[in-house]
Every structure is written in C-alpha cells, then in structure tokens.
Design a protein around this ligand. Sequence first.
Ligand code: SF4
Length: 149
Amino acid sequence: MSIGLTSAARAALLAQVQDIYARLALLPFEHSCTGLSQCCRFRLTGRTPFLTRGEALLARQAARSSGKKKLPPAPDGSCPLLSPDGRCSIYAARPFACRTHFCDAAGGPYPRKLVRDLIHELEAVDQLLGGRGGMGLPAALKWASDQTP
Ligand code: SF4
C-alpha cells in the first residue's frame, strides 16, 4: 500500500524528522551512550522501540543506503538493523527511542517533559503519513519496506 505522497512531499517530511533528531541532540541532557547495543537486543531487555512512520521511512532509507535491501528478523530477537559487529548499521538515522531511552549504564532515559514537544512533532508527521501512533520497530520497518518495495 502506497502512502500516496509525491517524492518531494515525502522528502520534506523526512527532512522534518531529521530536524527533530538534530534539535534533540541540542537539549541539555547528560548521557553517555557508548554503543554497547544492549538496548538493541530486544529479547534480552524485553523492550522494543516504537517508531512513528516518518522515523520508519527514514530508518528504512538509511538501511538501503547502507546496502541492506532486506531486513530479515534476527534469530536471537535483536534489532534487524544491528550489524554482526554489534553496532547500529544506521546510527546517524536511528529512531528517536534509540536516542532517548538510554540504559541505566548510559544515564537512564530522557525525562519525558524534556522531549514531549519533539514527540508531538513526530506524531504530527506520522499523521500526515496516515499513521495512528508508533509501531514496534520490526512492524514499522515492515511497513516502511512495503512503501518502497
Ligand atoms: S535502530 Fe540501531 S540503535 Fe536502534 S535498536 Fe536498532 S540497531 Fe539499536
């Protein structure tokens, strides 16, 4: 199912998501993610990041750019974007949740009040793309793949 946007409109929405990520990085919140990637191992943590549609399209686009045409589920339940070397294959385009829900070792999650406005902006983009809120990462990537077979 196509989302029925021109490529220019779609590119503008993805640029908006990137701008949200850039503004998140400017917020005054101390953290120390060292890329241990424990949070990318969903079965281990019991938690899966939720993505809005704009984030999912951006992540899928980045995965394609990095050479990943298909994203089969990992046998160990890890994120399909986790590389065999244990690094995120789309780190610069990783979703909002991957940037804010830090593990305890990295300083814990961002305070919700600090990121609430940015989340609302992501939700607004999601609605423009026909979404109704975040989806778990595997389902969100599947949706994004279906938009650009
Ligand atoms: S998108 Fe990257 S940072 Fe987020 S869970 Fe997947 S591998 Fe980890």
